[in-house]
Write a protein that binds this ligand. Sequence first.
Ligand SMILES: [Zn+2]
Length: 332
Amino acid sequence: MPTPISHAAVGFALAAWAQQGAPTRRVCIVAAACAATPDIDAIGWPLHVANDSLFAHRALTHSLAFAVLGALAATTIFFRGPIWRHGRARIAGILTAAFLSHLCLDGLSSYSVGLEFLAPFSHQRYRFLWTPLGSLHAGLSGQLVQEGFVVLLPALVIAWLGMKRSRPPTLHLIVGLPGSGKTTLARRLEREHHALRLCPDEWIARLYGNAPAPPILDAARDPVEQLQWTVAERALQLGVSVILEFGFWSRSEREQFRARAAALGASSEVHALVVPEDELWARLSQRNATLPPATFAITREQLAAWWKVFEPPAPEELSRRSADIAAPGGGT
Ligand SMILES: [Zn+2]
């Protein structure tokens, strides 16, 4: 009898293999929870829910409608932020598959009642024609042993292999003007993907202090970015994903870095933070008043000049690019 633990292990294994790039723990854990969720109908037993109720065992919570709506709800709740924008549709698919894995395993079992796959539209209960799981004669312990060998153990091994499988690293380009939230987004990506985050302002502040004169700031940026790229290049060669907070204001610069990533066998993703100029200035004037570490004062004139040269990424730039996919339009 598949227990919630076995269902969760199957959901986790699915997510470990179905994600693009290195699997993230959050997707795996939410998929595990989704795969176990249909059995929340167990609370109906102490509440003496009637057998023909929608909330009876293997009724509404074991339906296709619940799987789809549950996956959409979980995607909306747990994968809201901009770091998930790229993969949200795929995540919704993975979570739907996690819910469906529960229905399939239960459908393959011979014990208990059939499943109301079509609830709330129909109360008809189904199970598959082949029901190898669960034996009427094995008793509870026999069923648990069978489940352990047939479902839980294989799922754990497959999940472990999925987490260990080596995948090409990803170069994440954070695009945005000062004040658009690049570092906040980059820190989230760093946690989710265990990637190396490189922020020029942090290095400049370490080298020249928090308030370098504007000429020093301008002169320092290029060499620091070049040095950070040298580190990034080595990390990508070693299979470690990298997050660059360079701002990447022009499309040609973004394409150049993506081509470099592809040449190293790495995938690339563009994360765009496009904030209206007035809102940017509101944030920057507030930041100018306190200047947190590794941030520098910016004038209204500077922002206006930068705004004019900033090229927000086109929609086609926002899709993840594998090393073997050429740039759209033959970009460099
Ligand atoms: Zn179930």
